[in-house]
Design a binder for this molecule. Structure first.
Ligand SMILES: [Zn+2]
Length: 198
């Protein structure tokens, strides 16, 4: 789990911070920051489950700002026959519509799976200030590209990142969904993301 640029919680410290082996302050703050986002990731997981029930790859996302839910999305590429209908993009569009402003300055995007390059570009364009991710995606995820500076010509605003929030559950949802699809000969088993899911 990694975290960056999020203020420490005023709430009860996480278990790790209360252990007899004191963590470095930065690590404790990172754990606390990640825990703060767990309730929103729980909601994103519900959206991902909805996608799965609808025959879509189970990924969910939402946009929140100062405690207010601005928009939700879940994968709908199959239903809409739209390669752009990813959970993150749909959440960003709804948040912009609700806000009456496509600039979602200081908002947070919470997503169950690391965004692809398309969605990462969109969240940067939308001026998202914090990206909170559940599971990583080593095949299609854009975060490594961004960390390596390959997306640094996109510099609208600084972006903070928290990774690994409810990571195990986010991974398991995808893994189980693809396992069922493969076992039942369902439609999208050729998806390389699913084939290689741990
Ligand atoms: Zn995407």
């Amino acid at each position: 789990m990694t975290a960056a640029a999020t203020p420490p919680s005023d709430d009860e410290p996480p278990a790790a911070a209360r252990s007899s082996e004191p963590l470095p302050a930065e690590s404790a703050a990172s754990v606390a920051a990640a825990m703060l986002w767990q309730p929103w990731m729980e909601r994103a997981l519900e959206l991902a489950e909805r996608a799965g029930r609808e025959g879509e790859v189970p990924i969910g996302a939402l946009v929140v700002r100062r405690g207010e839910l601005l928009g939700e999305g879940w994968n709908r590429s199959e239903a809409l026959l739209d390669p752009c209908a990813h959970a993150e993009l749909l959440a960003l569009r709804r948040a912009a519509a609700r806000s009456g402003n496509w600039r979602l300055t200081d908002a947070t995007l919470v997503t169950t799976l690391e965004p692809c390059v398309m969605c990462f570009g969109a969240l940067i364009e939308a001026r998202i200030g914090l990206l909170v991710v559940g599971a990583g995606d080593s095949r299609r995820g854009a975060i490594d590209l961004w960390k390596a500076g390959h997306l640094s010509r996109y510099p609208v605003r600084p972006l903070a990142l928290i990774e690994g929030v409810l990571e195990g559950r986010c991974q398991k949802l995808l893994k189980d969904w693809f396992a069922v699809r493969r076992a039942t000969g369902g439609g999208k088993t050729e998806d390389s993301n699913g084939q290689n899911w741990p």
